[in-house]
Design a protein around this ligand. Structure first.
Ligand code: CMC
Length: 434
């Protein structure tokens, strides 16, 4: 907290507002009492310039392309850590000492299986259901299977937070694999007890009752990296949704299920699927990307270059930089030559020569290359957003905990009403038919 102030003049009224300065020097005007003092609210459609909370979890400097979890640069975590350790870091705030990491891993491992009655519940979905719909519904319903962890009694929930968090981190992956198998009319595969988080996921996806799928080390590593890079991204759409829902007092299961729903949209988590579909279209049309880039420059939202641009990054997304390199490594290790990677590389190069993209600071984001890696390891396009949800779960959990511990007030933005002024009701028989 700083002692500096800002002065605001509204017509002939001058008021002093406190400034809040973050640990990296970002500055915010504290307008919480603006309406009480002046009758005026701030207007910020899309919240692009609104700090909705103070948070210690993730730092992003979008202009310089910096991302840090709990102070640790994403590049170092990507190189030296793994998804579960990063999950611990996000939700507890510190890297785990060895014994804590062992306990955390054990809790995740021990919670991978799904109760029999949940299996019945799952089987009720039509098999053409979208995996994101199944995932959000099942994550929400998990709360029914753990009523003691979903009591909506904050102090009890916080006391049992780690157990609930490990259940969610573990089961979201099992449910994701089940949604994949359900869509393909394949029997569910039970988790193993002796393999890593990512290998267990791949086993539940790709093993068959008659043949075990054993993940190669490179594949395990690539999946770990994708999940780790998606683990948190401060106040994005789905995380803000989780915080919003949690601010009303909702439990961890309900709040993270809401996060999954928010993630689904093509401007957020659905973009990775849209990128691959775009690359495939370019490939099938035999285009070199030129037509696509020209169309994207029209300003039509439906024709945007998917995987480009970001609300916060006005520079290269550091996650995209890491994944671009990983893409090449994974394809090399698996001996694959994916024409979509060549198209992506050419598209990036061509777009970054165009003034349209440069002047608007539109660079590749995390979704531009992640799909190519997922495709290389056999994950189908309709599961891409689900993979994002598995990765983002620790971030959602960390934000839920932070908000719960801070006893944050219910989130309730204001609006500027622009509808009809008051008018009298007209009975149906007196209304003209168009
Ligand atoms: N292709 C072409 N033009 C674009 C694109 C794009 N991908 N993104 C933004 N623009 C243009 C936009 O038309 C506008 O132009 P003008 O100033 O002439 O009106 C300008 O750039 C600013 O766009 P904006 O919509 O104000 O930017 P935003 O910050 O609101 O939107 C975004 C960010 C990510 C929604 C947008 O860049 C986009 O739709 N990108 C494609 C979808 C995508 O890749 N989404 C994944 C985001 S990363 C994953 C995540 O963190 O969720």
């Amino acid at each position: 907290m700083s002692s500096a102030n800002a002065t605001l003049r509204i017509q002939d009224q001058e008021i002093t507002l406190p400034l809040i300065v973050g640990s990296e020097g970002e500055c915010a005007i504290d307008i919480r009492h603006l309406r009480d003092q002046t009758g005026t609210i701030s207007y910020d459609d899309g919240y692009g310039n609104t700090g909705s909370c103070q948070s210690t979890i993730t730092f992003i400097d979008g202009d310089r392309g910096i991302l840090r979890y709990r102070g640790y640069p994403i590049e170092q975590l990507a190189e030296h850590s793994n998804f579960l350790e990063v999950a611990y870091l996000l939700i507890h705030g510190e890297l785990p000492p060895p014994s804590h990491l062992r306990r955390f891993r054990q809790l995740v491992l021990g919670n991978a299986a799904i109760q029999q009655s949940m299996l019945h519940h799952f089987s009720g979905f039509p098999n053409n259901s979208h995996p994101m719909a199944m995932l959000s519904a099942m994550v929400n319903s998990l709360g029914c299977f753990y009523p003691q962890l979903a009591s909506n009694d904050r102090s009890r929930e916080l006391a049992q937070f780690e157990e609930a968090a490990c259940i969610l981190i573990s089961k979201v992956r099992t449910l994701a694999a089940m949604s994949y198998r359900m869509k393909r009319d394949k029997p569910f595969i039970h988790p193993k007890t002796n393999v890593s988080y990512c290998s267990n996921f791949l086993h539940m996806m790709f093993s068959e009752p008659y043949a075990d799928y054993v993940a190669r080390e490179e594949v395990d590593r690539a999946l770990n990296l994708i999940l780790l890079l998606h683990a948190d991204h401060e106040q994005n759409c789905s995380t803000s949704t989780v915080r919003m829902v949690a601010s009303g007092g909702a439990n961890l299961f309900a709040s993270t299920a809401a996060g999954i729903c928010a993630l689904w949209g093509p401007a957020h988590g659905g973009a990775n699927q849209a990128v691959l579909e775009m690359l495939q279209t370019i490939h099938d049309d035999g285009d070199d990307g030129t037509k696509f880039i020209e169309a994207a420059k029209s300003g039509d939202k439906q024709k945007r270059l998917m995987g480009f641009g970001h609300r916060v990054y006005k520079n290269y997304d550091p996650r995209a930089k890491i994944l671009k390199k990983q893409c090449e490594d994974v394809l090399d290790a698996l001996g694959l030559n994916d024409p979509l990677l060549d198209i992506a590389l050419r598209l990036e190069e061509a777009a970054l020569r165009e003034d349209y993209f440069l002047s608007r600071k539109l660079y590749p984001n995390v979704d531009f290359y992640s799909g190519i890696i997922m495709r290389a390891i056999g994950i189908p396009v309709d599961m891409f957003t689900v993979m994002f949800a598995i990765g983002r779960m620790p971030g959602w959990l960390a934000h839920w905990k932070e908000l719960a511990q801070a006893k944050s007030p219910i989130h309730r933005p204001r609006q500027i009403y622009t509808g009809h002024p008051a008018r009298d009701f007209v009975p149906v028989e007196n209304r003209p038919d168009p």
